[in-house]
Design a protein around this ligand. Sequence first.
Ligand code: GDP
Length: 295
Amino acid sequence: VRRQHFNGGAEILPRPPVVTVMGHVDHGKTSLLDALRQTSVAAKEAGGITQHLGAFVVGMPSGSSITFLDTPGHAAFSAMRARGAAVTDIVVLVVAADDGVMPQTLEAMSHAKAANVPVIVAINKCDKPAANPERVKIQLASEGLQLEEMGGDVQVVEVSAVKKTGLDDLEETLLLQAEIMDLKARVDRPAQAYVVEARLDKGHGPLATAIVNTGTLVCGQYVVAGSEWGRIRAIRDMVGKLADRAKPAMPVEIEGLKGLPMAGDDVVVVESEERARMLSAGRRKGNLRKIDLCR
Ligand code: GDP
């Protein structure tokens, strides 16, 4: 078995932000993701036809990109966090301009706070006659959110998912936030990744959408994902193009796992099939700790 080589000079590169959309039911999370997905690389390259793969990438004219997790909802966020996944860099908090702050708005705020993830507010449905963005801002401020226009650092963007207005502004604001956060990742080491979504494909078997946190995932490597294992047979990017490796924050679909992992499961690279089987069996019994044991 060939071991991974490490040399002294670590290669650390900027990476795109990974963004989750949260907010009260019916405030427009799904609509906003749909609208953003239409501006994504996949939508452009595939002529507007996109698959739900758990994540998508929006490429900006500046050359930067943003990765959106395509699963709105607090349950998914909590489930992934409970499995220890560092799921997201920024939360977009969607608040309907006509409805204002509601119980799940507050819940989303507390999730983001607990995860220590910065929030950007998207006041949605600004096209509606009953829209009152100023009221929403006052409500948010009174709930303790330090809005920028009131001297804090939380950015607010007014959008309409239906009319597709304010989307550029939202994307620019996300990139600005990412710049402030100075997001970087090491690429010159075996990957640590996490599963965003998994599905069974008739022709290809189990397919998992994964996002690399750090390092590079390479075709042919043995991996353990949650309690499943396999050897990566193929890596595809979000437009279905084959790639030989996956870099940080770019969602990819990996083929070669023996079973279906769960959203939020971590993916680690191991050096041999034997290690992969052992770690997977151990995790199934629940008597082995994560990551540390696998190298
Ligand atoms: P979710 O439950 O947060 O995912 O909300 P949805 O995206 O399903 O939206 C709930 C409802 O609000 C749907 O009927 C949408 O068409 C509508 N909606 C979402 N965004 C907007 C918007 O920007 N303007 C208007 N007028 N309606 C919207």
